[in-house]
Design a protein around this ligand. Structure first.
Ligand code: ZN
Length: 98
């Protein structure tokens, strides 16, 4: 989806509606679990069936869409905040330049 570069929205610092510069902060992909970490070793043992019946290997590529983390920077106080509700999901996202 396309999103405007400047949005007039509520600023928690100014406690009123002001113009905000929109930017997207890329959510960092979670790194792979450390192979030797305690939790990882426990998990591997579990997959092999130690403790209880073998657990099926986890599969799948997760979700097809990503949650977009929008940062709104207030033009009046230059404080930035994120969009409430943790943003929204979209496959494609671009900021429409004005
Ligand atoms: Zn503000």
């Amino acid at each position: 989806m396309k999103y405007p570069k400047i949005k007039r929205t509520y600023c928690p610092k100014c406690r009123k509606h002001t113009e905000h510069a929109v930017s997207v902060s890329s959510r960092k992909a979670r790194g792979k679990a450390h192979p030797q970490s305690e939790a990882q070793r426990r998990f591997k043992a579990k997959l092999k069936g130690y403790g209880s019946f073998p657990r099926p290997n986890p599969k799948g590529d997760g979700k097809p869409t990503k949650k977009i983390d929008i940062r709104l920077k207030c033009k009046a106080c230059s404080k930035s905040h994120t969009m409430g509700g943790g943003g929204f999901r979209a496959k494609k996202f671009e900021i429409k330049g004005k």
